[in-house]
Design a protein around this ligand. Structure first.
Ligand SMILES: *[C@@H]1O[C@H](CO)[C@@H](O)[C@H](O)[C@H]1NC(C)=O
Ligand SMILES: *[C@@H]1O[C@H](CO)[C@@H](O)[C@H](O)[C@H]1NC(C)=O
Length: 450
């Protein structure tokens, strides 16, 4: 059912209808337990943030009785809970599955704090943190993800063959430490490693090897040390690294070294790149000789500059169909029609999930690329493009200037389409405001005329 989310009145009306229609459609739950606002404190917050080590991991689905996605997701999560309980996944701690209605007395405050207004929200509470689910809400994906985020964050490996095995399966990070647990620095480094592992439980795998065991000794060299491995096709080239006691530096090292020196961007790895929240310096290129030379120079630059651990380096091939899809969806200013030879830009996704990119046609001299130049580009208001109104206007201005000498058809695409979208968006939002709040609009108009 369609709920117009902009209107509170329409929403509650909609919801009443949905709630009424859903009344007897709910099948009995097998593994999910309902939780009241009163119990939330005791069974979730105290458990995850209690002083002693956590013995039970609560998994909570926050829902609203009117929300249709919630109603579809509940039996799926219930099914996942049953399959986990049936032992499909070994090695897990004790899990508790709860259903929490934000419409209960006292529920709103709790939901505002933990999930805002996104329903349903499924969260795993462990080690002082709440880990949010953002994948398709179907039973087998739920079960797989819950297994990922509730397993031990760091696992010990002692044999060399174990390490070879995990690297063949995918990306893996390994910390080598002295066997003596009593050493303060070792404890600190292990603690940092644990926090890093918790930060990326559903993406990366973290291991530890102690000196004196076969694996740590076979790698050799001074301890402590960190290593990254994966299948040969990942083309990893880990950068050198010493400052192991510094948690921030360790985190940067992990983020940079999970990728090859220059990431060939496509719709599949885009999400992994933006989720690091690091800025990515990107070379946009076609498939000709000039591009091949630029790409080669860019790879050399990337190897040199990535040791600073502040930036990722990526390439985007405009001759590739899938890359073009990515461009038109995320980076509309780079329509191939506008590209004149290889060009660089920087992009980054903020904590709010909004993409920002910085571009300037003059930012194209790969051989001279320096961090200073990148910093000045990112400081420039003119270069910055985000999803704000001002940036739409800037986009249209930039695109028309750059396309002045191009074919009328590409000009139409690059300028007219965003302009039309802008026009329609303004028009429809005004119409909506007018329909919902005629009084407010009149009020505003009368103020203006004064
Ligand atoms: C646990 O406590 C810390 C510190 O007070 C807080 O930052 C964190 O959000 C809490 N965790 C949860 C899941 O409420
Ligand atoms: C760019 O994409 C085209 C088409 O997919 C491909 O043939 C070409 O090898 C790619 N070039 C580079 C440098 O990756």
């Amino acid at each position: 059912m369609f709920c117009p989310s902009n209107s509170r009145w329409a929403l509650s009306c909609c919801c009443l209808v949905v709630a009424w229609a859903a009344e007897d459609a709910v099948a009995p739950l097998k593994a999910l337990e309902t939780l009241t606002a009163f119990e939330f404190e005791e069974k979730v917050l105290q458990v995850v943030n209690g002083s002693e080590s956590q013995k039970v991991v609560p998994i909570v689905m926050f829902h609203q009785p009117w929300c249709e996605h919630c109603r579809n997701a509940i039996p799926e999560l219930d099914q996942a809970a049953v399959s986990i309980a049936e032992g499909k996944y070994a090695m897990l701690p004790a899990l508790k599955f709860y259903l929490f209605s934000c419409a209960e007395a006292g529920g709103k405050e709790i939901c505002d704090l933990h999930c805002g207004t996104s329903f349903p929200s499924i969260m795993v509470f462990r080690d002082g943190r709440a880990i949010k689910y953002n994948r398709p809400r179907v039973a087998n994906v739920f079960a797989w993800w819950i297994y990922r985020v509730t397993r031990p964050a760091v696992m010990e490996l002692s044999e060399k063959t174990d390490w070879d095995g995990v690297q063949q399966r995918g990306l893996a990070f390994l910390l080598r430490v002295p066997a003596k647990h009593s050493k303060v620095e070792t404890e600190l480094i292990l603690g940092n490693w644990q926090q890093l592992a918790l930060d990326s439980l559903d993406k990366l795998d973290f291991f530890v090897a102690f000196e004196g065991k076969e694996l740590a000794d076979s790698i050799g060299g001074p301890v402590p040390s960190v290593h990254v491995g994966g299948p040969a096709s990942y083309q990893l080239e880990p950068t050198a690294f010493e400052a192991l006691e510094d948690e921030e530096v360790m985190k940067e090292w992990v983020q940079i070294n999970q990728f090859e020196p220059v990431i060939a961007l496509n719709p599949y790895n885009w999400g992994d790149v933006v989720s690091t929240e690091l800025a990515a310096i990107t070379l946009l290129h076609a498939n000709d000789e000039e591009a091949a030379a630029a790409l080669k120079a860019f790879q050399l630059k990337a190897r040199e500059l990535r040791t600073g651990r502040k930036y990722l380096f990526a390439s985007l091939n405009v001759s590739d169909e899938e890359s073009r899809m990515l461009i038109s969806k995320k980076l509309p200013l780079f329509t191939p029609a506008l590209l004149q030879g290889p060009q660089m830009f920087v992009f980054q996704e903020g904590i709010d999930g909004k993409l920002v990119y910085w571009e300037d046609p003059k930012f194209n001299r790969v051989l001279d690329l320096s961090i200073l130049e990148v910093e000045s580009l990112m400081a420039s208001e003119e270069a910055k493009q985000d999803q704000s109104w001002e940036c739409w206007a800037k986009h249209i201005r930039k695109a028309s200037v750059r396309l002045g000498s191009h074919s009328p058809r590409s000009l139409a695409v690059a300028v007219a389409v965003p302009a039309l979208v802008l026009y329609l968006m303004v028009k429809s939002s005004m119409a909506l405001v007018g329909a919902l709040f005629p009084a407010a609009l009149q009020d505003a108009n009368s103020k203006k005329s004064k």
